[in-house]
Design a protein around this ligand. Sequence first.
Ligand code: NAD
Length: 234
Amino acid sequence: MSGKNVLLTGSKKGIGLAIYDELKSRGYRVFGCGRSKSDDNDYLSIDLSDPKNAKTLYDCAKETMGSVDILINNAGIYIYSPIENTKQNELIELVNLNFITPQLLCSYAVSDMKKNMWGRIINIGSISGSVGEANASAYSAAKAGLLGLAKSLALELAPYNITVNQINPGWVDTKLSDEALDDEEKREILDIIPQRRFIEPYEIAKLCSYLISDDAKGLTGQGINLCAGLSCGA
Ligand code: NAD
């Protein structure tokens, strides 16, 4: 599949870094972005919680690579807070980064993908969006919104050979989960995960690699819970 160009948000850490490494090793060109700085020509340091920056990022990726054939919306933040304690500015930052910017990036990418009659879009959601999570209502709502976006776009874009899917991880071993949980909370969570483990970032990267391959051309409009069994119920 070399020759295809990928725009990946949040590429320098955690799940995004694992996706970056996997796709590079398979011969894709990957334009990354995030908040950290880098000298890499295929990278832009940008704040995606400002929706105006979505166009800047898309144009930069397209100009640098010539095309964006595959879009992976991965960058995201998590807020653990009862709804009455969630501040309005935090809510707006989260919804902008986790939902509005991905929707805008889709809108820019789709015009080009339609012309090429081929494209792949993957959102990194969360099982919080598919089953809900107490004290994470803003996060869960944004991820559920992203799933609605994926399903609707899958229908809208099916005639153009563009597939749109969402991977919903359970707890993954990254900085995000490390900062969100103390040791005691991690132990409690491990007790309720059927496989008694966190997902490793590479597992999500391998699924991305499959979803963008031609073998997965019939898989569209799906939310796939990659969660070590956590979303299956007690
Ligand atoms: P992480 O904190 O390790 O990495 C987040 C990435 O997003 C970084 O590359 C960072 O630069 C980028 N980012 C954050 N804020 C940004 C901003 N304002 N502008 C531009 N980029 C920004 O997180 P992760 O665990 O790798 O999470 C990646 C995705 O997976 C997120 O969408 C997250 O919601 C989702 N997810 C994570 C877990 C988990 O347990 N770690 C579980 C379910 C879903």
